[in-house]
Design a protein around this ligand. Structure first.
Ligand SMILES: CC(C)(COP(=O)(O)OP(=O)(O)OC[C@H]1O[C@@H](n2cnc3c(N)ncnc32)[C@H](O)[C@@H]1OP(=O)(O)O)[C@@H](O)C(=O)NCCC(=O)NCCS
Length: 178
């Protein structure tokens, strides 16, 4: 595809027609075999994101195409093993369509998510100081993408039903992607 940037399109901020187009693209997204255990169904996650006021679902766009999906959630950091709910945004439901993986887009999208969260915090004068997520111990691609985007391992997380995970965090004060 040959792109070195991604856009995050906020589904919450679109009108009904534009949103329907994005939902059509999300419905076409798929994962590579074996990746379903790391993340939910894209269309369901986008719909759930819009139904819950604390979540902001985004389509990741690159080169004019919808290539992925992610959600930022406020007041839910504890779901990733963070000691409290309010001091960090939760990054969840993160995926790059299988046809577009391995080109650096996951790294760019994770970095863009932190930037979007930083702007949301500034706009809403929120209390978040960064972005947190949890990633399965066996998800080497996920961990590599987050690390390259500037996330730091914050320790093990044994909660949830998906097996051992790592909590990863990026502070808004951190220098960002390598
Ligand atoms: C995790 C994910 C978003 C990464 O997206 P991506 O666009 O492929 O990521 P990048 O191209 O930026 O690659 C990031 C790193 O992962 C590595 N990588 C990519 N695909 C890989 C694979 N199938 N196996 C192992 N490593 C892989 C890349 O080599 C790179 O590592 P490096 O910097 O050490 O070379 C994507 O694999 C995905 O959607 N997976 C399924 C859903 C998921 O696991 N989401 C995360 C839940 S926490």
């Amino acid at each position: 595809m040959g792109t070195d940037w991604v856009w995050l399109i906020s589904l919450r901020d679109l009108d009904a027609d534009a949103r329907a187009i994005q939902f059509g693209a999300v419905a076409e997204m798929s994962l590579l075999p074996g990746q379903e255990r790391f993340v939910g169904d894209p269309l369901r996650m986008a719909l759930a994101g819009l139904a819950d006021e604390s979540r902001r679902p985004y389509v990741v766009e690159a080169g004019g195409e919808a290539v992925g999906l992610l959600t930022l959630q406020t007041g839910a950091a504890g779901l990733a093993g963070w000691p409290d709910d309010q001091s960090a945004w939760l990054l969840r439901g993160f995926l790059i369509d299988g046809r577009h993986q391995g080109k650096g887009l996951g790294t760019l999208a994770a970095a863009a998510a932190v930037e979007a969260a930083r702007k949301l915090t500034a706009r809403c004068q929120g209390s978040e100081t960064g972005v947190v997520l949890s990633v399965n111990d066996e998800n080497t691609a996920g961990m590599a993408a987050y690390r390259r985007a500037g996330f730091i391992d914050a320790g093990p997380y044994l909660g949830g039903s998906a097996g051992p995970q790592r909590t990863m965090f990026q502070s808004f004060a951190a220098p960002g992607a390598a």
